[in-house]
Design a protein around this ligand. Sequence first.
Ligand code: B12
Length: 300
Amino acid sequence: MEAPGLSVGAVARRLGVSPSTLRTWDRRYGIGPSRRSQGSHRRYDPADVARLEVMNRLILQGAPPGEAARVALGGTGVRERAPRAHGAGGNRLALSAVPDRTRGLARAAMALNGPAVTETVREALARDGAVRAWEELIAPVLRGVGERYAATGEAVEIEHFLSGAALAALAEAASPVPETGVRPVLLACAPEEQHSLPVYALGAALAERGIPGLMLGARVPERALGDAMKRIGPGAVFVWSQMDRTGDAGVLERLPGGRSASRVLAGGPGWPRPLPEGVRFVASLPEAVAAVAEVLGLPG
Ligand code: B12
């Protein structure tokens, strides 16, 4: 007969960690199942699972596993932190002076823990809004991943995974904006530019303020951007270039309808400076939000 309680695999799926992580937690920190099946397989009852959920949550918030286990097992609160390793090696990212939550996201991303990354980003978006979630949580971890890649050529899978999860959460936060009569803002990456996350962050931040965006996303051909502008007559257009090779200012210059009339904003380190006359450069997410509000004649 099947022993009652959940198997390691089932609990691992529920928490979004690997079965071997659960076994390690059991061996190392004594936080495991209260009983075993006849074949000596671990069987977790609801109280065991609840303890593990507490532990997992504390780790995602940045607590070292040993501390998190102690708290989950009913010990005292999370106190002094063990010194953390810095540098580009190992399975940690080099992050300096960031909140524990940001370390938690980095850890979840490095562990390719999908549910944890999604939950952490969603929670931050709901609680802190898109600007803070982007600037304090998502962007620092992305920079850490970028530095790891630059230093070692590694972590490309982390970059892809984290980007996908963050993009989905930001897109979710951007929809839907109730109809208010505000003209939409066209949001796009420059031709061949795949770094679209900042554009999605802007979409989410605008949506929070009731400003609808029309998201064209990554790698928008020049002609497609122009056609979209002619079709919807946007209140403003925002174009992102991350890399020098996608920062062709001619694309902005040639947009239909005259640049000042179409209210073109450009962001990202790829654009040459100065930009063509009539194109406004915005250097940060809050600056972009304020500039869009100004262009649309809305309070900042
Ligand atoms: C995520 C990511 C990817 C993802 C993008 C997914 C997506 N949908 O966006 C993927 C995997 C697709 C990718 C691909 C590539 N990437 Co990449 N990527 C990154 C990473 C880690 C984050 C990009 C990002 O979102 N940056 C935004 C924030 C997090 O960066 P930031 O520095 O804080 O931003 C500054 C400003 O831009 C501004 N800002 C920040 N947010 C916002 C928002 C708004 C609205 C505004 C106005 C301003 C603003 O404030 C900051 C202060 O200046 C960066 C590393 C990095 N530090 O940026 C590399 C990075 C940009 N990638 C790089 C490279 C080389 C590539 C590839 C060529 C790799 C390859 N060999 O294929 C391809 C290029 C694809 C292409 N043609 O576009 C290099 C670029 C080097 C360079 N100078 O050209 C970087 C810098 C990594 C590195 N250190 O080497 N990448």
